[in-house]
Design a protein around this ligand. Structure first.
Ligand SMILES: NC(=O)c1ccc[n+]([C@@H]2O[C@H](COP(=O)([O-])OP(=O)(O)OC[C@H]3O[C@@H](n4cnc5c(N)ncnc54)[C@H](OP(=O)(O)O)[C@@H]3O)[C@@H](O)[C@H]2O)c1
Length: 427
């Protein structure tokens, strides 16, 4: 065997701990796969005294010293788009070390500059674990599905949201209730905003879109909406129409431009995406003439995420650095965002209205004025005098038209609360 491949690990939490444990358990086999002995030479985290369920060797208090150590690869598993994680990655790349990270926030925000730095220093920057955890979707997009190009990537990329929506469906409980339970069980963060607000999915989508379409990551161009306003009623109505609600990240080519969006969407109950349940992730890739491919599995957690990190470490140990986003930085095109509001689909609409004459006619008038035509409708009266729920499925229409109609409808004093609009993925 050639010289050992020396590894420095920053961050010994869920993912870092998983990497240390997996290397301890299967280091010999993995070294054979790498063609070199994989050796952890240094580790660091915040608190040296913290109890950990694995042996800690090579501890250093100074995280940044890992970027100066005698390591071949620095594995950044701290997290955060700025601060110590960014400093460490930049310093390691500048010092000619390979970097492996699971940090989607850092890469979605600074990916292009970091890729430039990696290229300049002839090292690799790998991030399989940053999108969809254990699912090897980065490798699939970067290598496996390049022959015919990619037209669209659609994914359930956030396990917390998928867990919440799955629980809401099976129990009929409200979002807040299920979120609290998810927090108590450790499936959701104390501050869940990044997950339930769609930001985490946007980070992952921006990375997958960059690899799929050969563009620089463009996080600012992702239109983001979370799942906080989804009600048990929406989920039940979706089911009546043969659909299920999922938080989807969708990136697709539209007339030479790229539409990137994260929002709750209705998917047919028999589709592969609809059957990704609980905290799992799923990604569907439309690879042109090659067809559509579907990947699913565990998108987070110790073992699946460590699995992706270790795959990157072994690949880095194996050989020549490959371009960070699948193409040399000079070949990455700027991402020109498509006008997402012009994209057409059928829409699910829900209104809570007062049970008084003329309401329905006025809603129908607003929809007609905006050019939105209705395919089917359900009206549900819960109790005499209580607001009536009206649900409509539209024919294919643009988001801009639906928004125009809902603005007018929402302005009526007969309409209670915020009207709900959810696109339907029928392809
Ligand atoms: N957890 C998942 O399932 C998952 C999945 C995909 C991607 N990721 C990504 O993986 C990365 C790590 O996530 P995680 O879940 O493993 O996080 P975590 O459990 O919170 O662990 C973070 C680690 O970073 C250390 N740390 C925090 N601040 C530090 C500082 N200022 N200096 C030095 N060390 C510091 C912590 O030290 P102490 O241990 O001493 O507190 C801890 O060991 C993040 O980028 C995350 O987005 C996680």
């Amino acid at each position: 065997m050639t010289a050992p491949f020396k590894i420095a690990i920053a961050g010994l939490g869920t993912v870092g701990g998983g990497v240390v444990k997996a290397l301890a358990a299967r280091g010999e086999e993995l070294s054979r796969r790498a063609g070199r002995t994989l050796e952890i030479i240094a580790v660091s985290a915040r608190d040296k005294k913290k109890a950990r369920d694995f042996a800690v060797t090579g501890w250093t208090d100074d995280v940044l010293s890992l970027a100066r150590a005698d390591a071949d690869v620095v594995v950044e598993l701290i997290g955060g788009e700025e601060g110590i994680a960014r400093q460490l990655v930049e310093t390691a790349l500048a010092n000619g070390k390979h970097v492996v990270t699971a940090n989607k926030a850092l890469l979605a925000k600074h990916g292009l500059a970091l890729a430039q730095l990696a290229e300049k220093n002839k090292v690799t920057l790998k991030f399989e674990a940053a999108a969809a955890g254990g699912i090897p979707i980065v490798k699939a997009l970067r290598e496996g599905l390049i022959a015919h190009g990619v037209d669209a990537v659609k994914g359930i990329l956030n396990g917390t949201c998928n867990y919440i929506l799955t629980e809401m469906e099976s129990s009929g409980r409200a979002f807040d209730d299920v979120l609290k339970e998810a927090q108590a069980k450790g499936y959701a963060e104390a501050d869940p905003t990044l997950d339930v607000g769609g930001g985490d999915t946007a980070h992952k989508l921006a990375l997958l879109a960059a690899i799929a379409f050969g563009t620089a990551p463009n996080l600012d161009a992702v239109a983001v909406e979370g799942i906080q306003h989804i009600t048990p009623d929406d989920i039940a109505f979706a089911s009546e129409f043969g659909f299920r609600i999922k938080l989807l990240g969708v990136a697709r080519r539209v007339d030479g431009k790229i539409d990137q969006r994260v929002n709750p969407a209705m998917v047919r109950v028999r589709s592969a995406l609809a059957n990704v349940g609980g905290a799992a992730n799923g990604v569907s890739v439309d690879a042109g003439e090659a067809g559509t491919f579907f990947f699913s599995g565990r998108g987070a957690g110790e073992a699946p995420t460590a699995s992706a990190v270790i795959a990157d470490i072994v690949e880095a140990a194996c050989g020549a650095p490959s371009p960070v986003f699948g193409r040399p930085v000079a070949d990455l095109k700027p991402m020109t965002p498509a006008d997402g509001k012009a994209a057409v689909s059928p829409w699910y609409l829900r209104f809570e209205v007062l049970d008084v004459p003329g309401v329905l006619a006025s809603i129908a008038g607003n929809l007609a004025e905006a050019g939105v035509s209705i395919e089917s409708m359900i009206q549900r009266v819960r109790a005499p005098g209580a607001p009536v729920t009206i649900v409509m499925i539209t024919h294919e229409t643009s988001q801009a038209s639906v928004e125009r109609a809902l603005k007018a409808i929402g302005a009526s004093d007969k309409v209670r609360g915020r009207p709900c609009m959810i696109p339907m993925e029928t392809a």
